[in-house]
Design a protein around this ligand. Sequence first.
Ligand SMILES: C[S@@+](CC[C@H](N)C(=O)[O-])C[C@H]1O[C@@H](n2cnc3c(N)ncnc32)[C@H](O)[C@@H]1O
Length: 309
Amino acid sequence: MTARKSKQRGATPRFGGDWTTCKLNVLGGYLRSYTTALRDKPTATKPFRKAYIDAFAGTGYRDERSDESRVFSPENLLLPDLAGPEPASLLDGSARIALQTEPGFDKYIFIERSPGRCAGLAGLKDEFSLLADAIDIREGDANDHIREICAKDWSAHRAVLFLDPYGMQVEWTTIEAIAKTEAIDLWLLFPLGIGVNRMLTRSGDIPESWRRRLDLLLGTQTWYDEFYAVEHTQTLFGDSDRVVKATMATIGRYFNNRLGQIFSGVAKEPGVLRNSANNPLYLLCFAAGNERGSEIGLRIANHLLKEMR
Ligand SMILES: C[S@@+](CC[C@H](N)C(=O)[O-])C[C@H]1O[C@@H](n2cnc3c(N)ncnc32)[C@H](O)[C@@H]1O
């Protein structure tokens, strides 16, 4: 199929930089290996129906430019749509990368909250006309749609699910629902530097709305004790207490360990996506859903993550 570059309907988000290329290269590499591995399964075994699920799908195109300071204000982390529409780019985003993957998937589910971006996704049905019937676009909140999709019978299905939010939109209960299917391999951008680390203030005083968002993302209220310690020192002038905040490495390890508790396996060294000033923005985490497939899934994911280091 030829990937004709046409002007899409709906605006393309301004969101990019080298780390965008990195995450999409890893995703594209995994999708190719995944569909190849499932195609090459022994013919005696009944084939699974394979889906690609993109829960923050965008328009199908991406923008190369990066401007983290504008996109990632604390308000945008909580109200991501403030990131706003931006001029179109002709570089492939995750949805188009999935549609170009060979061998293909049986179904492509694109979830997107913005109606304008859904219109852009609908344009992909014309462009990839042979796959039009396999493309299912769902407008609305990613958490709601994923929980509904995961509640179905997954025994004859397998999927790769990509969670690529701008900020703090993913909820832990959604991740739990994905793990429970035991059929879905998950690639997830964990908003380490742009979200979690910014909300964990140095003083330890955290606004209530930020606490609630951290509770939802991390799925527990015990994170405070994990991320803050009180250092007690005795000096010549008396005792003093100092709040010490966890490093980003500790925060990332904590989240990856939590993923490891509910999935068959996780990549032990998630990718670190950094901005142009070399500051970590996201962790690119991988979790394998099915126990029997986890060894090969992890081998492929670890290889791809190593290549991006
Ligand atoms: C980082 S962009 C996705 C980029 C896309 N994966 C790509 O490679 O082209 C995040 C997208 O998620 C959408 N979004 C934000 N909050 C959402 C939510 N709660 N549910 C679904 N989509 C959401 C935004 O409109 C935006 O298009």
